[in-house]
Design a protein around this ligand. Structure first.
Ligand code: HEM
Length: 54
């Protein structure tokens, strides 16, 4: 994940926007809170390998 996104200078906010859109999609399709939490909890640790700038 780090190699793939290296040099893209992805800002923290872009990651946040991705998560926001994802939550909207999950809500639209009425994904239950538990599954939603599991998915977001899986993605969160990847943030440090994707975000390079503020
Ligand atoms: C948890 C969040 C994210 C995950 C799980 C993720 C996952 C991935 C994966 C699996 C790939 C393809 C790797 C490959 O097969 O070569 C990829 C590529 C890419 N990602 Fe992400 N990504 C995330 C967030 C972001 C964000 C926030 C951005 C930009 C705002 C971004 C931009 C890109 C770009 C531009 C590519 C390359 C596409 C291409 O040239 O084929 N990613 N990402």
């Amino acid at each position: 994940m780090k190699t793939t996104h290296a040099g893209m200078k992805i800002p923290n906010g872009e990651f946040g926007v991705l998560v926001e859109d994802l939550v909207k999609a999950l809500d639209l399709f009425k994904v239950l809170a538990q599954e939603k939490g599991e998915l977001l909890g899986f993605l969160e640790p990847m943030k440090k390998n994707i975000v390079e700038t503020l």
